[in-house]
Design a protein around this ligand. Structure first.
Ligand code: KIV
Length: 294
C-alpha cells in the first residue's frame, strides 16, 4: 500500500440521519437519498458526499460475491460487511438488509437476527422483503425498538416464485394487492418502504396514500426518495444493468484499463521507477557493504 497523506477529515460532522429525518423530509417534500454500500471506503465517500441513508443490501451476494441471485448470502456475511460500513459512515442512517431465511422461519428468529444488525454491526435499522405475510415479523421487530424498512414489488429473494427478476404490479389486480400490502406494512409499523420495479404511477399513488416515505428503485419520480445499487451507478458490475439504472461512471472499464496498464508497466520494467523506490543514505549503504564483506 502506498504512503499517501490522507485527505483531512472535516471536524464538523453532519447531524445523524434518523427515522425522524425520513418522516420530516417526506412532510417537507424533500427527496430522500439512499445508496447501497458493502465496505468501509465506499461508505465513507458516500457519507462525506451527504447521502441520507446507506443500505448494506443483500445485493452484496450478486455485485460483490458473484452469486447469480441474492439467496446464498448469510447473516454472518451480511454482518461482516455491515460492520465495515458502520466504521466508514457516521452520519447517514445505516440499514442492514435481512438475508434470505433470516426472518422467514419464525418471528423469534426474525427478531434475533434483526437485533444482531444493531448489536453486532452498528446498524440503525433493518430492511426485509415481503407484504402482508411479513406483518407479524415486523410487529415483533419494531416492538423491540428496532426500526424496520419494508420492501415491495420486485423482491429479489422471491426470484423463483416471481419467475425471474421482473417488474411487478403491472395488472389492475396485482397493483391493488401491492397497494393493500403497503397499507398493511405501514400499519404493522415500518418507518419507510422500498418500492422496486413497479409502474411509476402505481408507486406515486402508494406514496400519496401512506404517511411513511417510499424509496423507489425503478419506481419513478413519484416516490419520496430514491435508491440505487452502487455498483450499477458506478458501472462496476457489468454482468447486466437494469433499465432503471442511471450509470454515473464506468468504473469496470476504468479498472480493466488500470490493470492492463499496470501489467504492461511491470512487464516492460517501466514500474517501479526512480520515484517509487525507497532510498538509503550512502553512509549506511557503505556500512552495510562492510558488514557483508566480513
Ligand atoms: O439489496 C439491495 O441492494 C436492495 C436494494 C435494491 C433496495 O434491496
Amino acid at each position: 500500500m502506498s504512503t499517501v497523506t490522507p485527505v483531512s477529515t472535516s471536524t464538523s460532522q453532519r447531524k445523524k440521519v434518523t427515522t425522524l429525518t425520513f418522516r420530516q423530509k417526506k412532510e417537507r417534500g424533500e427527496p430522500i437519498t439512499m445508496l447501497t454500500a458493502y465496505d468501509y471506503p465506499t461508505a465513507m465517500a458516500m457519507d462525506r458526499a451527504g447521502i441520507d441513508s446507506i443500505l448494506v443490501g443483500d445485493s452484496l451476494a450478486m455485485v460483490v460475491l458473484g452469486y447469480e441471485n441474492t439467496l446464498p448470502v448469510t447473516m454472518d456475511e451480511m454482518l461482516h460487511h455491515a460492520r465495515a460500513v458502520s466504521r466508514g459512515a457516521k452520519s447517514a442512517m445505516l440499514i442492514g438488509d435481512m438475508p434470505f431465511m433470516s426472518y422467514q422461519v419464525s418471528v423469534e428468529e426474525a427478531l434475533r437476527n434483526a437485533g444482531r444488525f444493531l448489536q453486532q454491526a452498528g446498524m440503525d435499522a433493518v430492511k426485509l422483503e415481503g407484504g402482508r405475510e411479513r406483518a407479524d415479523a415486523i410487529r415483533k421487530i419494531t416492538g423491540a425498538g428496532i426500526p424496520v424498512m419494508g420492501h415491495l414489488g420486485l423482491t429479489p429473494q422471491s426470484v423463483h416464485q416471481l419467475g425471474g427478476f421482473r417488474a411487478q404490479g403491472k395488472t389492475a389486480s396485482t397493483a391493488k394487492h401491492l397497494l393493500e400490502d403497503a397499507l398493511i406494512l405501514e400499519e404493522a409499523g415500518v418507518f419507510s418502504l422500498v418500492l422496486e420495479s413497479v409502474p411509476a404511477r402505481l408507486a406515486e399513488v402508494i406514496s400519496k396514500q401512506i404517511s411513511i416515505p417510499t424509496i423507489g428503485i425503478g419506481a419513478g419520480a413519484g416516490c419520496d426518495g430514491q435508491v440505487l445499487v452502487t455498483h450499477d451507478l458506478l458501472g462496476l458490475f457489468d454482468r447486466f444493468t437494469p433499465k432503471f439504472v442511471k450509470q454515473y461512471a464506468s468504473f469496470h472499464a476504468e479498472m480493466s484499463k488500470a490493470f492492463s496498464e499496470y501489467i504492461d508497466d511491470v512487464e516492460t520494467k517501466r514500474f517501479p521507477s526512480i520515484e517509487h523506490i525507497i532510498e538509503m543514505t550512502d553512509d549506511e549503504w557503505n556500512l552495510f557493504q562492510e558488514e557483508i564483506k566480513k
